[in-house]
Ligand binder design. Structure first.
Ligand code: AP5
Ligand code: MG
Length: 214
């Protein structure tokens, strides 16, 4: 089963992906996580990506497509994958079709997490992430049991460098201009499933799970 999670920055893609992959046993492929890992290791990819990610801009398609092409060829993707934050442009969606076809795979579901723009800023500025295991929290909406400490692995929680008010504004503009048109693209293919992302986190997970089992 190959699934794509779409939705604006802060919609809950990562939060839901963590839960869905543990139930459906498919790998979670987040291009944002891949860029952040490369940035923290200061690899050539990370150094190049940093110039875009830190400004809240999309990384150019050729770079991003290459990462996904390589990742989907790994054996752990044989039974499926969950793409979080890819594709984000029409050109990326076209490239994904080519990649999938060359690997004899197909996209089964595109889940769009819809959340009102005015809720996203509070979600993103209050987000905290575990340095060790990547689990996502929110200081108000999904707080860890102990301030600054991960419930799952006791790792230290940090704030993403692009979760400032100014960068969130740029990220939302990029979403509206470049990514939102993809909704029509996938609706036209009959793959798009809409989920209200402005509900309790557990409820969102159970709606997604039933769509995927559907
Ligand atoms: P990426 O890491 O993908 O960021 P994003 O799309 O901006 O999305 P986020 O990760 O910010 O939000 P999310 O939907 O995962 O929300 P989360 O679950 O964390 O990309 C970062 C950057 O990398 C991009 O800006 C770009 O530069 C580059 N990049 C990545 N992919 C690319 C691509 N394909 N092409 C080009 N460039 C690319 O939740 C957010 C917060 O809300 C958390 O605190 C969470 O606890 C809370 N929350 C979640 N669900 C709920 C709920 N139901 N109720 C209340 N609070 C909730
Ligand atoms: Mg995310």
């Amino acid at each position: 089963m190959n699934v794509i999670f779409m939705g604006p920055p802060g919609a809950g893609k990562g939060t839901q992906a963590e839960r869905i992959v543990s139930t459906f046993h498919i790998p979670h492929i987040s291009t944002g996580d891949a860029f952040r890992l490369a940035m923290s290791q200061e690899t050539p990819l990370g150094i190049e990506a940093k110039g875009y990610v830190d400004k809240g801009l999309l990384v150019p398609d050729e770079i991003t497509n290459g990462i996904v092409r390589e990742r989907l060829q790994q054996p752990d993707c044989n039974e499926g994958s969950l793409l979080d934050g890819f594709p984000r442009t029409i050109a990326q969606a076209d490239a994904l079709d080519v990649i999938m076809e060359s690997l004899g795979k197909k996209i089964d579901h595109v889940i769009n997490l819809g959340v009102d723009r005015n809720l996203l800023l509070a979600r993103l500025t209050g987000r905290r992430i575990c340095k060790s295991c990547g689990a996502t929290y929110h200081v108000v909406f999904n707080p860890p049991k102990q301030d600054g400490v991960c419930d799952k692995c006791e790792g230290e929680l940090y704030q993403r460098s692009d979760d400032t008010e100014e960068k969130v504004g740029t990220r939302l503009d990029e979403y509206v201009n470049k990514t939102a048109p993809l909704l029509e693209y996938y609706r036209g293919k009959g793959l798009l499933r809409e989920v209200n992302g402005d509900q309790d986190i557990d409820l969102v997970t159970s709606e997604i799970s039933s769509l995927l089992r559907g």
